[in-house]
Design a protein around this ligand. Sequence first.
Ligand code: HEM
Length: 420
Amino acid sequence: MGTIKRDKGLDNTLKVMKQGYLYITNQRKRLGSENIFETRALGGKKIIVISGKDAAELFYDNDKIERSGTLPKRVVNTLFGKGAIHTTTGKKHIDRKALFMSLMTEGNLKHLRELTRNHWYMNTQKMEQMDQINIYRESIVQLTKIGTKWAGVQAPEEKIEEIATDMDVMIDSFKGLGGKFKGYKASVDARKRVEDWLEDQIIQTRKGKIFPPEGTALYEFAHWEDYKGNPMDSRLCAIDLMNTFRPLIAINRFVSFGLLAMHEHPITREKIKSDDDYAYMFSQEVRRFYPFVPFLPAKAKTDIQFEGHPIEKDTMIALDIYGTMHREDVFENPDDFYPERFKDWDGSPFDLIPQGGGDYYTNHRCAGEWMTIIIMEETMKYFAERVTYDVPEQDLTVDLNSIPGYVKSGFIIENLREVV
Ligand code: HEM
């Protein structure tokens, strides 16, 4: 039982923000410590950082790890919303998670696939007339249309741009992990506007004044009762209803990463066109390869051990998300973009963890992971098969030292033409 190596310093928050997605990997290498080290951050709090597949397995063991109360307050206030499912634990979490997962029926997922395919296709004419298309920005708008339709929410065409921008402002607020975040007020304001708009639709649905189809998120959330037989408070209901489609809009990051990958590895475009399974493998590799979620927080529920190292009850723990997916012992040649690696992948819940790991129903693993893959598959197929375009000179850097990760330019294309 060795002592846990330490990244010295009273508060390494600034260092984390400066090194971004590479902070954990850098320290693991520097300290010569494979899977665990200690650091101090967020005002000098002791945090045990764990990395790798076994670390992910520990992290999703509900008997040993507590997740609630560990997310930074400002991220809850802006990104997820107060009282959102992400902040719940135990019976309450399992009860409400079942509601989210009940939306993932074969019919609803098929509908999402069709909405994605149709919306991109219907947008072709408009994009043909644009001088340049910023894929990051264009995707937000398309995904807002897809997400609101899928959720059964009423979003008039003239409001789409505004909703899309509000969503993006909220999603961007996870850059406020440490120190000051100047977009904080803008995120809080955006959240209030969207919560008001959704709460009104919950109330109207309950009063029988609007009729979203059964099976849609709006219908199911408005009519849901918890295990005690109580409906959700209308504000909380609006907050979690938003959690069924705000994160869908964040897929715009994966869309621009996907087009970047297709641009840098042109053979993948041909394979998407010729092999029915390739869009799936390609989408999985985009989610593994590019930087999105850097790490996730938790705390020890009781005195626990990891690889023989004791971790005391209530100690903060961070799971290395990005780094785990870039470890040689988890994915061979992890720095190569290689979709074929997912041909014979065993589907482990602890290695491909861009949206969390473990079990969908009992852990906090992302409720929308299947939706994300479907949207990515259809979007990548659209850009590979249905249109051609040019990629002008631009800054295609993806800066791993800065959280959240982006293609610097947003990924700009021009001369888009439909393939006839
Ligand atoms: C949870 C990422 C798309 C709904 C999460 C978590 C991550 C994540 C990291 C937390 C996992 C954990 O705490 O263990 C992403 C990314 C997405 C995405 C990167 C795509 C860009 C979606 C979509 C939905 C969704 C499309 C739509 C339903 C949720 C919900 C939770 C969640 C409701 C909370 C689950 C819980 O607390 O049990 N997501 N997500 N996400 N995600 Fe996603």
